[in-house]
Ligand binder design. Structure first.
Ligand code: GLN
Ligand code: ZN
Length: 757
């Protein structure tokens, strides 16, 4: 019978035991030993689950106390000087790298964090200094293997491969990846030696970087590393594991290298099947066929996988069924969602359920007439019943869209002039990004309402009281364009999801975002429709309290979708358009209610940009940008549309951002040293801009002079009639005191500069 393999398993614990234990350890409420005991119980339970479900290739060392890249840096002795001089024990040093350290031995910053490929997980970026002695520091990577073996479970240890490690590391000195190749190679050779010594049969080496656009140099580095690493007389089998895409740039080279197994992603790898069909697959190797989606939360369509297996057998002799990537990115089990309608949860498959599906697939694969099997039929019924998820009215609306639905009636320059006349704002208008500090009272109001302790009327009355105070505060500070403060929102996506039909919310479906931080993304289950007004009441109320302009505040369709679990039975484009139509209703209603400035946040615009440049437009930007335009194309030319983006890393998609056709964009710039402004200038950016003049991610209060300097600098690059003055993001995570002080300084600075203009 075909065997199956799991690339990696979630690690936070079904009830987030890891998070709670680690946080207790941080607060000194438990000692290291207790932490490790909890961790080791957690790991044992997971191996048993996988083993009981019949998995043949069970990962170990896929676990991490904080992050796998950080573990790899630690394992390879890539520990920067600043952490070593703390002279702390291993665990404390490790956590200092993860979170920074402020204590009796010093004050050091943590590693920086980055998005892990196209997931919502974040890894710690290793730092490689010129004088670092890279070597295998310990064989802790085998702890799990030995622990599992004592339970009678044979595992395959997992390590992040040398190529991916070198490609993702940050180089602080003059040396580059190739300069570390020899040392890294020796360390990995030691890993193989230790594996052999301890009786490891298979070692899984993760090289997700292979699915990126590779240069000739990259490929040469990869080949060189493995040609030297995988020597002839090896007892440990090496599984090269890739995921998140296909390996089109180096498929043939991979096949020629002496790996024993190759793990390929058939779910996100658009060209994977084609690569095998055109080039074949080496007869002496085992294909770990990533046919079951490891990232999404939906049941797998057995018909598709069984057919793919049949096709693959034409080129491959030895096949192991595999997940397309680690299950790190899905929650543990659907069993914890008993509050949801079984008609809904029936469609879900989280980590535990995926194990059962893989087992079932291996069984069905043996049968010549699996179509007759009852489990198969049950599975297929799921994919035929559409009733619950389809809303014909929404479908029709989307399919009736024409080009005109995406274009505003007046060209941007013209309407910007019109808006300037009408709104009559001062030069360098000051504003904020939307949210104001979420005080204890604000949070309590929401919590009490959620727990049913106060009525909806009470809840809304309290929210309005916060709005009243917020408007008054902004008037006192002297801001030009005011906001209502977003006190009704827990989260910019969840709040909208809760108000749209088609969305489903789980109770326990947590996934790791980074370290101890989890996310519980809402799920798009059916067609999206706005059933009722979402924000207008609050924003209209805010507007009634002041003579100044109040900016309406919405989250855009791209961000709403990017921070949700999308469905698989319709396209991303279709989902984005559905959400855009819902937001459009809200936009037009706000306009009707007399709101003349409306901001549609797209904080996560870049988030799902495909890993390969060739796919950027066709697979994403073309419709993501259009989805945004769809939200606002039908407003009057006089209505000013703002958008906001958080990540300054958008220098390579400036024309696309301009093509969103907003009138104003505010964004985070204070940290990236404003280099983005040069690019805007070069591209002839038309959208008015509000690059953040200070960083809201720290409680520090910027001085008036400091802000003036920043504005002056901005004025050397941006025409003054196009420049807005604002912080770089929402203020909800900040305290009240520092917020008032910072905004007061911001307004003063803007006024001082205005006088000089
Ligand atoms: N309007 C939101 C706020 O001010 C934007 C949040 C964000 O960009 N992440 O909080
Ligand atoms: Zn932001």
């Amino acid at each position: 019978m075909m065997q199956y393999s799991i690339v990696g398993f979630p690690r936070i614990g079904i009830h987030r035991e890891l998070k709670f234990a680690t946080e207790k350890y941080f607060r000194n409420e438990i000692d290291v030993e207790t932490l490790f005991n909890i961790v080791s119980e957690l790991k044992s339970a997971q191996w048993k689950t996988q083993s009981n479900a019949g998995a043949s290739f069970i990962p170990s060392n896929d676990f991490s106390l904080y992050d796998g890249m950080l573990d790899t840096a630690f394992m390879l002795n890539a520990i920067p000087e600043r952490y070593q001089t703390l002279d702390e024990d291993d665990t404390a040093t490790y956590f200092a790298m993860a979170r920074g350290y402020q204590g009796q031995h010093g004050d050091v910053k943590a590693f920086t964090m980055k998005k892990w490929f196209n997931t919502d997980y974040h890894y710690m970026v290793p730092e490689l200094d010129d004088d670092m002695q890279i070597k295998l520091r310990s064989n802790a990577f085998l702890d799990g293997f030995c622990q599992a073996r004592s339970l009678g479970i044979q595992t395959k240890p997992v390590v992040i491969g040398p190529f991916t490690f070198l490609k993702l590391a940050h180089y602080t000195g003059n040396k580059a990846a190739v300069d570390f190749a020899d040392a890294v190679l020796l360390a990995y050779a030691d890993i193989l030696k230790q594996c052999a010594y301890n009786g490891v049969k298979w070692l899984q080496i993760d090289e997700p970087y292979l699915v990126m656009d590779l240069t000739g140099e990259d490929i040469a580095l990869f080949c060189d590393l493995y040609r030297r690493l995988l020597t002839e007389k090896r007892t440990v089998k090496a599984l090269l594991q890739t995921y998140f895409g296909d390996v089109r740039d180096c498929y043939q080279q991979i096949c020629e290298l002496p790996f024993d197994g190759i793990g390929l992603d058939f779910v996100e790898g658009k060209q994977t099947a084609q690569l095998l069909a055109s080039h074949g697959f080496p007869a002496d190797k085992t294909l770990f066929a990533g046919l079951v989606n490891g990232k999404n939360i939906w049941k797998c369509n057995y018909a598709i996988v069984l057919e793919q297996l049949k096709q693959l057998r034409k080129t491959c002799k030895k096949i192991v069924l595999s997940t397309s990537c680690s299950l790190l990115h899905v929650p543990y089990t659907v069993k914890n969602e008993s509050q949801l309608d079984p008609q809904i949860t029936h469609h879900f498959s989280f980590a535990h359920e995926k194990l059962e599906e893989m087992r079932e697939l291996c069984r069905l694969d043996e049968l010549s007439d699996y179509q007759q099997d009852s489990a198969y039929r049950l599975n297929q019924e799921l994919f035929q019943s559409k009733g619950l998820r389809e809303n014909p009215e929404v479908r029709e609306k989307v399919s009736a869209l024409t080009d005109a639905d995406f274009d505003r009636e007046m060209p941007r320059r013209q309407r910007q002039a019109l808006q300037r006349d009408l709104l009559n704002l001062p030069q360098l208008p000051t504003t904020t990004i939307g949210s104001f500090p979420q005080t204890k009272e604000v949070k309590q109001n929401r919590a009490k309402f959620r727990r049913g302790e106060i009525s909806e009327a009470e809840y809304r009355a309290n929210a309005k009281a916060f709005i009243r105070d917020c408007i008054k505060l902004q008037e006192e500070i002297g801001l030009d364009v005011l906001v209502h403060g977003e006190f009704e929102r827990n989260d910019m996506v969840e709040f909208f999801g809760e108000n749209l039909s088609g969305y489903v919310f789980t109770s326990n479906a947590w996934v790791q975002s980074y370290g101890t931080r989890g996310l519980k993304p809402p799920i798009v289950f059916g067609d999206i429709k706005r059933e009722k007004s979402i924000t207008t009441d609050y924003i209209q109320y805010a507007n009634s309290l002041t003579d100044k302009e109040v900016k309406g505040m919405l989250t855009g369709p791209v961000t709403i979708l990017n921070w949700s679990f999308p469905r698989e039975d319709i396209s991303i484009k279709e989902m984005m358009y559905q959400i855009a139509l819902a937001i459009r209703d809200e936009v037009l209603e706000l306009e009707q209610a007399g709101i003349r400035i409306i901001q549609i946040d797209e904080a996560a615009l870049r988030e799902k940009l495909p890993l390969r440049r060739a796919d950027w437009h066709s697979d994403y930007l073309d419709f993501a940008i259009k989805a945004f335009r769809l939200c606002h194309a039908k407003v009057k030319p006089e209505t000013q549309i703002h958008t906001h983006m958080c990540y300054s890393e958008f220098e390579d998609i400036i024309p696309e951002i301009d093509a969103m056709d907003a009138d104003v964009i505010t964004f985070e710039a204070s940290r990236s040293k404003l280099t983005i402004l040069d690019v805007l200038q070069q591209c002839g950016f038309e959208t008015e801009v509000g690059p953040g003049v200070y960083d809201i991610h720290s409680p520090r209060v910027p001085s008036v002079e400091e802000i003036e300097t920043v504005i002056q600098l901005m004025l050397t690059k941006i025409p003054q009639e196009n420049l807005w003055v604002n912080p770089d993001c929402g203020l909800k995570t900040r305290g009240e005191k520092e917020t008032v002080a910072s905004l007061t300084n911001l307004v003063k600075a803007a006024k001082n500069i205005r006088e000089k203009l």
